[in-house]
Design a protein around this ligand. Structure first.
Ligand code: ATP
Ligand code: HSE
Length: 299
């Protein structure tokens, strides 16, 4: 396989994961994007980052997007090159909006855009490779395929994903805490127990099924369908403010959950009035994107 194009550009959506009961399996993509452009060059790799991560993420071959791009070229059997990359980043890092999954998917889709035969890195290949990077498929699936997704790992270790029916006009609010309260997924996974009570596993099984019905057009079931006993409460010690916000919103009737590993809070409805004003006064930022139905795509 050879590199047939000097330039490629990608737009990749932010995502949420878990959505309450669907720990490590449910996800959804938003119309809120990182954009990356790359050129293959003969010299060394140079990454220019604008927006989120400028001055903090690596600017050479150790950049996550470049690492994924190189992994994609290797998987397709293509030659490597130097790269000039420009990243326009909007997705917060360590915020619970899937920034690392989006970065990896962006790199792999850019590799597709440089190849003589893009079929060597189709969506299914990108999904598998990106899941290897991430360790779990829940953010990767919506970043690749768009919409709402359920993802799982087969007995043989291979990741799978399928679309969940979702009403694309479902209003969504993302309540993002001030910059100082970012939390790495690694840290948030360390506080989870290895075993959970059977009653809690049963609780989540029913709520996950209810959430699928709710997303497909039964908004009256959203509050029940976003209950969880497998991960959120265990993370309270590392997400105290987010858990407080989530609890308070749920008491007011909003279907609120921790987005991914947090600390962003996802609300599956429009947040209005006093609830919204109080959070904004405390320095939280409210985002109200739509649901992205396309996933990452070359532009
Ligand atoms: N666009 C990017 N470019 C380079 N590195 C990135 C980019 N996005 C994320 N990263 C790396 O991934 C790290 C964040 O990954 P992490 O899995 O902890 O959080 P997240 O993906 O934002 O949250 P979550 O998985 O809970 O949704 C950043 O600190 C950075 O090292
Ligand atoms: N399912 C993952 C999402 C974050 O990557 C978690 O909650 O740890």
């Amino acid at each position: 396989m050879r590199l047939a194009h000097e330039r490629a550009a990608v737009r990749v959506p932010a995502t949420t994961a878990n959505m309450g009961p669907g720990f490590d399996s449910f996800g959804m993509a938003f119309t809120y994007y990182d954009e990356v452009e790359v050129r293959a060059v003969t010299g060394a790799t140079r990454v220019r980052v604008e927006g989120v991560g400028a001055g903090s993420v690596p600017e050479g071959d150790d950049n996550l997007v470049v690492r994924a791009l190189r992994a994609g070229l290797d998987a397709a059997g293509a030659a490597q090159a130097g790269f000039e990359m420009r990243c326009v980043n909007r997705i917060p890092h360590g915020g619970g909006m899937g920034s690392s999954a989006s970065a990896v998917v962006a790199g792999l889709v850019l590799a597709r855009g440089l190849l003589s035969d893009p079929r060597a890195l189709d969506d299914s290949a990108v999904f598998s490779l990106a899941t290897e990077f991430e360790g779990h498929p829940d953010n990767v699936a919506p970043a690749v395929f768009g919409g709402a997704t359920v993802a799982w790992t087969q007995e043989d270790g291979a990741p799978r994903a399928a679309p969940m029916p979702v009403d694309a006009s479902l209003p969504v609010s993302l309540v993002v805490p001030p910059l100082a309260t970012r939390l790495s997924t690694r840290q948030a996974r360390k506080v989870l127990p290895e075993f959970v009570p059977r009653a809690d596993a049963l609780f989540n099984t029913s709520r996950a099924a209810v959430l699928m019905l709710a997303l497909a057009g039964r908004p009256d079931l959203l509050l029940a369908g976003t209950e969880d006993r497998l991960h959120q409460e265990y993370r309270r010690s590392v997400l105290p403010s987010s858990m407080e916000v989530m609890d308070s919103l749920r008491q007011q009737g909003y279907p609120a959950v921790i987005s991914g590993a947090g600390p962003t809070v996802l609300v599956l409805s429009r947040l209005e009035g006093d609830a919204r004003a109080a959070l904004e006064r405390q320095g939280w930022t409210l985002l109200t994107p739509g649901i992205d139905m396309e996933g990452a795509r070359l532009v």
